[in-house]
Design a protein around this ligand. Structure first.
Ligand code: NAD
Ligand code: MN
Length: 477
């Protein structure tokens, strides 16, 4: 047997894809193929959805809440027991630095703990209505939920969709990205080993272009929870509109990092490189547009560049590594097209811009100055280790530039002026914002975007609500 999960996970067991097709996985740090993973097609989608529907009908939703709670806690314990193995798989298939992979495996387990606890604290309301009688609401599970996840944070995002969906009483068909099936398959295997009933969580590796439409339009799938590109999110929303299916979408971003002169701007400059370059910039929350008040612009850039040059880019298996390779050759080429455009337009490269190391899809973290507000690098999500820094003079005008983006996912704001912090936090059009730090993701708090960054929320109780229908019942006196 291979040292990693390599088949589809359906009805509580690994099984081959019906077509026999497999996808080759390439280690992005070495460019060497290392595994062949089963690739689902439409037939497998139908089998998985029907199995999930059976699991839903045969009692997962009807278990006493305390029982569902204890199963989800058992899942979290299994994940913690195998944390190192999960982290190693994550590093192997997407080149994520091992320390980040360990943190994210822990986050996945934490998310299961949080939603295990939520099962017994989540419910409807009683509402005073009319005269007499009794009005109450129920939060009811939907049935089969499709969770489609990307390759940049494969394990934690799989957990933060599957855990609340399961906690609310649904059954899940999880589709990992083709580049990153291993940790999702591990999640399926471990969750069932922990006592989740067969069929409650299916894992279907396969190409979105092959199985996406079948999964999204399957009549038994009631909701699609998607994280990925705005382009595919738009397509899913269009397909879902036919049957008015529920969707939640976490999409792209072009997040601002706003630094006022009154802030501890030295700390901002030293911590900001990792707010965009972490995960080699393949992060929907990447603070890729830095707005710096003019009076501190030059020393800020100097510190930012010095901190960037100190980042350790290399073998993701080594604990000291901060940035690994990009996930694939084509992802690196896509970023290099942006860099070519920046060169053509006369932007200044304060550092970076080239490849690194003879093997592996490495790219230097790159700091661009003098980028035009109409240039592609300024407007579009690059999804690689590239940042644009720009000075500003006037707060209202800076806010207009911040909000000119069609995206609105995340962002940071640095100031020691409380009133300014509140004013700017209210004015920035984004679903998530951090003041004097760069933390966007908290298990307990809602995460998601404004505008073309998405619809609905992951994490917190908001995510759990999103996996239920709200029913109102009135009982006459
Ligand atoms: P992607 O949209 O290409 O793929 C995401 C997932 O959708 C994958 O599982 C893929 O196989 C699947 N897919 C592809 N075509 C499909 C189709 N026609 N129907 C159904 N599913 C399909 O995105 P990606 O390239 O994997 O990830 C990068 C993008 O994800 C970036 O734009 C990034 O900003 C975004 N992202 C957003 C968040 C967030 O929370 N907002 C988090 C991570 C990534
Ligand atoms: Mn893609």
């Amino acid at each position: 047997m291979e040292p990693f999960p390599a088949e589809l996970f359906i009805d509580g067991a690994f099984r081959a894809a019906s077509s026999g097709r497999r996808t080759t996985l390439i280690n992005p740090a070495t460019e060497e193929p290392f595994a062949e993973v089963a690739a689902a097609d439409g037939t497998d989608v139908n089998v998985a959805v029907e199995s999930a529907q059976r699991a839903w009908g045969s009692g997962w939703r009807d278990l006493p809440p305390g029982k569902r709670e204890s199963v989800l806690h058992a899942v979290a314990r299994k994940l913690r027991d195998q944390l190192e193995e999960i982290a190693q798989l994550e590093t192997l298939h997407i080149g994520k630095p091992i320390n980040d992979a360990r943190d994210e495996a822990g986050l996945g387990a934490r998310v299961f703990e949080y939603y295990a606890g939520a099962v017994t604290k989540f419910g409807g309301q009683t509402i005073p209505v009319g005269r007499g009688g009794f009005d109450f609401t129920l939060r009811q599970p939907m049935g089969v939920v499709a969770c489609i996840v990307p390759w940049n944070f494969p394990f934690p995002i799989a957990c933060w969709k599957a855990a609340p969906a399961l906690a609310a009483g649904n059954c899940v068909v999880l589709k990992p990205a083709s580049l990153s099936p291993l940790t999702a398959l591990k999640l399926g295997e471990l969750a069932h080993a922990a006592g989740l009933p067969a069929g409650a969580l299916q894992v279907l590796p396969g190409a979105g272009s092959t199985i996406g439409d079948t999964l999204v339009t399957h009549p038994l799938v009631r909701k699609i929870s998607f994280t990925g590109s705005t382009e595919i999110g738009r397509r899913i929303m269009e397909l879902a509109s036919r049957d008015i299916k529920r969707v939640s979408l976490e999409l792209g971003g072009k997040s601002p990092n706003i630094v006022f002169a009154d802030a501890d701007w030295q700390r901002a400059a030293e911590t900001s490189p990792m707010s965009v370059f972490a995960n080699t910039g393949q992060d929907c929350c990447a603070r890729s547009r830095v707005f710096v008040e003019r009076s501190i612009y030059e020393p800020f850039v100097e510190r930012f560049v010095a901190a960037t040059k100190k980042l350790i880019v290399g073998d993701p298996a080594r604990p000291e590594t901060q940035l690994g390779p990009m996930v694939s050759a084509s992802q690196r080429e896509a970023v290099e097209e942006y860099l070519a455009d920046a060169r053509k337009r006369g932007s200044k490269f304060a550092c970076g811009g080239g490849r690194l190391h003879p093997k592996g899809y490495y790219l230097e973290p790159t700091v661009l100055l003098d980028v035009g507000k109409e240039d592609r690098c300024w407007r579009e999500e690059i999804f690689g280790p590239v940042v644009c820094i720009t000075p500003f003079d006037d707060e209202p005008q800076m806010i207009r530039h911040v909000n000119a983006s069609p995206y609105g996912l995340s962002g940071s704001l640095w100031t020691n002026d409380l009133r300014r912090a509140i004013r700017v936090a209210k004015a920035v059009e984004s679903g998530v914002l951090s003041v004097n730090c760069h933390n966007s993701v908290h298990t307990e708090a809602p995460f998601g975007g404004y505008k073309q960054s998405g619809l609905g929320r992951d994490l917190g109780m908001a995510a759990m609500e999103g996996y239920t229908e709200l029913k109102n019942v009135y009982v006459a006196e």
